[in-house]
Write a protein of this length. Structure first.
Length: 256
């Protein structure tokens, strides 16, 4: 009787061990890459419940969620020979679980290395102004190159973003002086444009006054009104030049 109980207990333990080794569960975002006697099965397992053959099957669990990869800062010499320090971030995910296990030993390390080398190579082909003002275009170039390089590993790179660009202090001061000079240039151009437009309007006004002399008298009276409305202790009465000319002629005729 006792021997029978021992046999039953052993059988139960063996069955439990078999079930523990054979029954696997993969989450919705996981896939199980199966090697049967060393050979890769065509289709990965999951999600859900599936059974492996103990000892014969070996499973490698693969996560299909998007991975955020921080590319460490890289020392880069731009096309115009400016040393900068740049870091970036890449977002990628596995689209082929089998290739991510079979085609590459460690896809995380490999993707990080290819991202670093691509970052240095691409930024070295652009001048500093492009790196600062055309970052979106550079991001697209980086994404296309890295995605093409990692595609055989079953990886899809969706986004690559250049994060920080560190510029030497001397270059920052030079750029600040350049920006200040550019602002002064624009201010002078705007001021000159304003003076030109004002002179054009004055020319038009002079042409109108030349055709209608009465407008000069109206403007004279308006000026007197404006002076009188102000709280001034001294009032200057402007005298038209024509009146001074007439007086001078009259004085000259009297002298003769």
């Amino acid at each position: 009787m006792e021997a029978g109980l021992i046999v039953v207990a052993v059988v139960v333990v063996v069955v439990l061990l078999f079930l523990f080794a054979a029954v696997k569960v993969a989450r919705e975002y996981e896939r199980g890459v199966i090697f049967r006697l060393g050979r890769l099965l065509p289709e990965p397992k999951g999600p859900g419940l599936f059974i492996l053959i103990p000892v014969i099957d070996r499973m490698v669990r693969v996560d299909l969620r998007t991975v955020t990869l921080n590319v460490p800062p890289q020392e880069v010499i731009t096309k115009d020979n400016v040393p900068v320090r740049v870091n970036a971030v890449a977002y990628f995910r596995i689209v082929d679980a089998n290739d991510s296990v079979v085609q590459i030993e460690n896809y995380m390390v490999a993707t990080s290395q290819i991202s670093q080398t691509t970052l240095r190579s691409v930024l070295g082909q652009h001048v500093l102004d492009e790196l600062l003002s055309e970052r979106d275009k550079i991001n697209v170039i980086l994404q296309a190159i890295i995605d093409e390089a990692t595609s055989p590993w079953g990886i899809k790179v969706s986004v690559v973003e250049v994060k920080d660009v560190e510029i030497p202090g001397g270059m920052q001061r030079a750029m600040a002086r350049q920006a200040e000079a550019e602002r002064e240039r624009r201010a002078k151009i705007i001021s000159a444009e304003g003076e030109f437009q004002a002179s054009e309007r004055l020319k038009d006004a002079a042409a109108v006054m030349a055709q209608e002399p009465i407008t000069v008298q109206l403007r004279y009276l308006q000026t007197l009104l404006e002076i009188g409305s102000a709280n001034n202790s001294t009032i200057v009465f402007p005298i038209p030049i024509d009146l001074l000319t007439a007086l001078s002629k009259a004085a000259g005729s009297d002298g003769n």
